[in-house]
Design a protein around this ligand. Structure first.
Ligand code: DQA
Length: 146
């Protein structure tokens, strides 16, 4: 059975390419999504990519993934540092989830050092730029095959 993975990108990540390129790189979200789809093909995963600027929509997508997806890659962006609701949605569905950040949040402002999501994530990747998504898919593929 092909494993199904949902890649969710949170607020302001639709601005990649324009947004603070020194911090987030020059790749657009469309380019990152294309890379995730290509990596999915290589790993024999069925990958779907979505982006929203709304916290509630992220909660709804995580809830809807229950029984429909086998794993999630999530960059909660700014909500990482504020959202109990997203963390609760992740706990509610119990799906393997890899948290990804393009930048190294621990090397930045103090308020970015803590993520509500990390404690309920299967794993966390940060500071490796867009490659983080590729590595997250690889980690999920390995875990889902086990
Ligand atoms: C981010 C890091 C967050 O602190 C920030 O709010 C983002 C992007 C990252 O991918 O590095 O929007 O999640």
């Amino acid at each position: 059975m092909v494993k199904r993975v949902l890649v969710i990108n949170g607020p302001n990540l639709n601005m990649l390419g324009i947004r603070e390129p020194k911090t987030y790189g020059t790749q657009t979200l469309a380019e990152i999504d294309a890379m995730c789809l290509a990596e999915g093909k290589r790993l024999k995963l069925q990958v779907e990519c979505r982006q929203t600027n709304r916290e509630g929509e992220i909660c709804e997508w995580i809830q809807a993934a229950y029984g429909k997806k086998d794993g999630i890659v999530l960059n909660p962006a700014g909500y990482s540092h504020t959202s109990v609701a997203i963390r609760d949605a992740i706990s509610a569905v119990g799906l393997p989830l890899i948290e990804v950040h393009l930048s190294n949040i621990h090397a930045r402002e103090q308020f970015r050092h803590f993520s509500y999501v990390s404690a309920v994530a299967t794993g966390v990747i940060c500071g490796l730029g867009a490659a983080g998504y590729r590595l997250a898919l690889e980690a999920l593929a390995e875990r889902l095959a086990a």
